[in-house]
Design a binder for this molecule. Structure first.
Ligand code: RTP
Ligand code: MG
Length: 139
């Protein structure tokens, strides 16, 4: 089943650089509707849980350190084919490989500090959205 929803975070690097407005503009211009959104900061336990699938990877502790160092914007987005279309809009994990005009090409610093998160499956979109938002925060 496709839910037509995905989950995103504007990561600490992009918040620090003042890119929240520009990134939200790209997202809404691409046809995504914001159905939930908050400005928040992950603690270590949250980040470790959120990125649990990467816990054996060599970059895991750097990733947790990065994702907790400052505030983020988290949001649930709605659009037909949301997961796939949003991954296309943000571009490759490494901005050096990201297509022209993608959010990571425009706003990411490097492979680790890459400006935005996008869910990689409908199943993970639902899990990640529920991790950040209660049902009453989704409109
Ligand atoms: P995301 O989950 O944040 O949307 O990114 P992604 O699917 O494109 O990439 P993924 O493989 O899931 O990696 C999650 C995040 O870990 C950081 N990373 N650092 N230093 C490194 O080699 C490295 N590799 C990955 C990035 O912040 C990446 O987005
Ligand atoms: Mg990922």
């Amino acid at each position: 089943m496709t839910t037509n929803r995905t989950f995103t975070m504007i990561k600490p690097d992009a918040v620090e650089k003042g890119y929240i407005g520009a990134i939200l503009e790209k997202i809404t211009s691409a046809g995504f509707k914001i159905v939930a959104m908050k400005y928040t900061q992950l603690n270590k336990r949250d980040a470790e849980k959120f990125y649990e699938v990467h816990k054996e990877r060599p970059f895991f502790s750097d990733l947790v350190q990065f994702m907790t160092r400052g505030p983020i914007v988290s949001a649930i987005l709605e659009k037909e084919n949301a997961v796939e279309d949003f991954r296309a809009l943000i571009g490759a994990t490494n901005p050096a490989d990201a297509a022209e005009g993608t959010i990571r090409k425009l706003f990411a610093s490097n492979m680790a500090e890459n400006a935005v998160h996008g869910s990689d499956s409908d199943e993970n979109a639902a899990i990640e959205g529920a991790f950040h938002f209660s049902g009453r925060e989704i409109y």
